[in-house]
Design a protein around this ligand. Structure first.
Ligand code: ADP
Ligand code: MG
Length: 267
């Protein structure tokens, strides 16, 4: 078996107030191993530390306890093998689509011709042919997120970290982008860690869904999604899909202490 892409052992994270004494435990004893090429979603109540965990994996913020290995190596900060797609797209408004996508390559000192070629291939891959010279403000939310995805893919990361990337999009656009993301993942076989608060989205996309709990943030349960691939629109009406989605909801509801709605007594 090849080395796992990501190994997280006993990981803990405190946020400290700037005055130094008060500390908030955002993550405690997080354990999770993510295989190479696996698609894993993180889901859980707001504030359970999903974004924190993703930022730690990206190397953007430090952690206090435990161990985090990427391809068997402890990480010391952001690295070329990891790229992030954010919910708010985070595009540079003064750059057009092509230059936004090429931005990371430019930082790496890639030459102009190679940069343009990669950007144009990605524009095609994410379905934005003809939009290379447009600016972010001229694009719909769905198109802006296609640019966000292409920009992350441009540096050819082994690991793609996505923080509620479709959270700001309408339901139809989101469904289309989910399908497109799976097509791209299928072709590139990157490892994906996908944060979402949408249960159906987590089930539709993933090999495994990681349910996180709070106080402190931790892994509550990991659910294998044994739906066949490729996943298509028919998947959404597959009884197994419905069953898995309701199971995820059941666990989350129990976790946040929401009582099951009383069903009127049958006659
Ligand atoms: P999620 O993405 O699951 O909603 P976050 O990772 O954003 O959760 O936050 C986890 C917890 O850590 C929350 O209680 C949040 O208020 C707290 N938190 C997040 N970022 C900071 C920060 N920079 N400083 C202090 N507390 C933070
Ligand atoms: Mg978050």
């Amino acid at each position: 078996m090849s080395k796992p892409a990501i190994e997280i052992r006993g990981l803990g994270k405190m946020y400290r107030e700037s005055d130094g004494d008060a500390a908030f435990r955002a993550l405690g004893d997080v354990n999770l191993t993510i295989g190479d090429g696996e698609f894993v979603s993180l889901i859980g109540p707001s504030g359970c530390g999903k974004t924190t965990l993703l930022k730690i994996i990206d190397g953007l913020i430090p952690f206090d306890e435990g161990e985090l290995l990427v391809k068997g190596q402890p990480i010391r900060g952001p690295g070329r093998e990891r790229a992030v797609v954010f919910q708010n797209f985070a595009l540079l408004p003064w750059l057009n689509v092509r230059d936004n996508i090429a931005f990371g390559l430019k930082l790496q000192g890639t030459d102009a011709a190679a940069m343009r070629q990669t950007a144009d291939e990605l524009i095609s891959m994410v379905g934005l042919d003809g939009f290379a010279d447009r600016y972010p403000r001229q694009l719909s939310g769905g198109m802006q997120q296609r640019v966000g995805l292409a920009r992350a893919l441009a540096v050819d990361p082994a690991i793609l970290l996505m923080d509620e990337p479709f959270g700001a999009l309408d339901a139809q656009t989101r469904n289309i982008l989910q399908g497109d993301l799976l097509d791209i993942w299928d072709r590139s076989r990157k490892t994906v860690v996908f944060v979402t608060h949408a249960m159906d989205e987590a089930v539709f996309l993933s090999d495994r869904v990681v349910l996180m709990g709070t106080h402190p943030g931790r892994v509550h349960e990991v659910i294998d999604i044994d739906l066949p691939r490729p996943r298509t629109d028919e998947t959404r009406s597959d009884p197994r899909f419905v069953e898995l989605s309701s199971y995820v909801w059941e666990v989350l509801r129990t976790m946040i202490g929401h009582p099951r709605r009383q069903v009127a007594a049958a006659s």
